[in-house]
Design a protein around this ligand. Structure first.
Ligand code: ZN
Length: 272
């Protein structure tokens, strides 16, 4: 069909039919283009998946703090990222494919992981896929608190990942912004956690490339000791961040400072 035919006022009936068909075809093509651009818009969104094992909400000490488990609290804190074009997805060990299907993983920019009692249930094949995606630079990984013994974190670190001790005895902590220029510390100032599970140094991990957040524990008897609170690595081509606080019987993931740290960490860990 030519431009001339559309504009020809003397068009025959046959030509008019052609023109109608052409217009209909044009409309279909326009709809197709609109669909295509909306598909592109959907894939343009960056995706952060927040995974937890589904045990925090059953711990008697955490009832009321994390009624919908820790992934829900972390995901809620990430909501401001939605206006920056991020999609936030919750995943849990009890979901099909342990919460992370191949399809979901292949579209994930950052994976956040909290686990404690069920590390051993996470399938090695899933761990391999997570590790590979991080090393290929396609996804960042954020581990928090008892995730230090989670299979994906241990795989990425390649070390024992143990702390010297784990004590929840009423110890408090000051979380110190050690590197205010680090992207993870943007808008965060030093703050206190009235209770924290004390993870004693040393932490058996590779030397981090940055420790933007440091800390001082104060025991109930007043004695103090240092403990790193936010550590960064590059593993292969991917970014990894570990945040030390986050015991299931304390409300850390509801605190604005912690939420800001997680928002910043997602942006930092995402492939550029
Ligand atoms: Zn804990």
């Amino acid at each position: 069909m030519t431009k001339n035919r559309i504009e020809n006022p003397q068009a025959s009936t046959t030509e008019t039919m052609s023109r109608r068909n052409a217009l209909a075809l044009g409309a279909t093509m326009a709809a197709g283009l609109a669909l295509t651009s909306s598909v592109f818009a959907a894939t343009d969104k960056r995706k952060v998946v927040v995974w937890s094992e589904g045990t925090a909400n059953v711990d008697p000490g955490s009832k009321g703090i994390y009624p919908d488990d820790i992934n829900s609290a972390i995901a809620e804190g990430l909501k401001p990222l939605e206006t920056d074009g991020w999609q936030i997805v919750k995943a849990s060990l009890g979901d099909p494919d342990q919460g992370i299907s191949d399809e979901l993983l292949s579209g994930t920019d950052v994976l956040i992981w909290w686990g404690h009692k069920k590390h051993g249930e996470v399938k090695d094949a899933l761990v391999e896929r997570i590790d590979a995606r991080v090393r290929e630079g396609k996804m960042g990984f954020i581990g928090t608190h008892s995730c230090h013994f989670a299979k994906p974190f241990k795989k990425l670190m390649g070390t024992a990942c143990s702390w010297r001790e784990y004590v929840a005895d009423g110890t408090s902590a000051e979380i110190i912004v050690k590197d205010p220029d680090h992207p993870i510390c943007k808008g965060v100032t030093t703050f206190k956690l009235p209770k924290i599970e004390r993870y004693g140094e040393p932490f058996a991990v590779p030397t981090p490339e940055a420790v933007p957040l440091d800390g001082i524990y104060t025991r109930p008897d007043g004695k103090t000791e240092p403990g790193r609170m936010g550590l960064c690595w590059t593993v292969g081509k991917g970014k990894v961040f570990y945040f030390t606080p986050g015991h299931e019987t304390y409300n850390d993931y509801h605190r604005p400072e912690v939420r800001k740290i997680f928002i910043n960490a997602v942006a930092w860990a995402a492939p550029k």
